[in-house]
Ligand binder design. Structure first.
Ligand code: 5GP
Ligand code: ZN
Length: 162
């Protein structure tokens, strides 16, 4: 590769990977739920995905959707696993909302220990919402401490996306 050429592929390969893998996959509570080793209130079982109620629900009907395969962070999902996971979310969002008579759902992922992810096995939260439930939107979790101009940030991300 010439000196002036963008080392796009090499940068992607060498980029630090944000992986939060537990030392023993078998100690992963969600792997154990997927494997039927420990009980959970399962609401859907699909070939690549399992969905079950959160044991400490933020609201009635709080569902966790997880890939069967142990993957710690979203970035580490295989494309097919990511597609299956989001398809399951699509499949579940309506029934979860309707079953609880909710007006909507907040759907989110804590991705990485720094974000508050406590179980290092990718999981999508689906939480039913009502207009008067006292919870905020995802905007309310951020103090909006931005320091860099949008253009600069956009350019930095585009360079790595390729
Ligand atoms: P995180 O903070 O990692 O995004 O969310 C993990 C979620 O898993 C929490 O909401 C927590 O209540 C839930 N959770 C933790 N342990 C268990 C468990 O053993 N069974 C079930 N069903 N949910 C769990
Ligand atoms: Zn796991």
């Amino acid at each position: 590769m010439g000196r002036g050429m963008a080392p796009r592929h090499r940068e992607l390969t060498l980029a630090p990977r944000r992986v939060y893998v537990s030392p023993m996959t078998t100690s992963c509570i969600f792997c154990r739920i997927v494997g039927g080793e420990i009980p959970a209130e399962v609401v859907a079982r699909e070939p690549d995905v399992v969905a079950f109620l959160d044991v400490q629900p933020l609201a009635d009907g709080h569902v966790l959707v997880v890939p069967r395969a142990h993957v710690a962070a979203v970035e580490d999902l295989e494309p097919a696993a990511a597609a299956a996971l989001f398809e399951a979310v699509l499949h579940l969002a309506g029934p979860v909302r309707e079953a609880l008579g909710a007006a909507g759902t907040t759907i989110g992922i804590n991705n990485g220990a720094a974000t508050g992810q406590t179980i290092p096995h990718v999981h999508v939260h689906i939480v039913p919402r009502w207009p008067d439930d006292g919870a905020g939107s995802i905007h309310t979790i951020f103090p909006r401490k931005t320091r860099r101009p949008l253009g600069e940030v956009g350019a930095a991300i585009r360079q790595l996306v390729g």
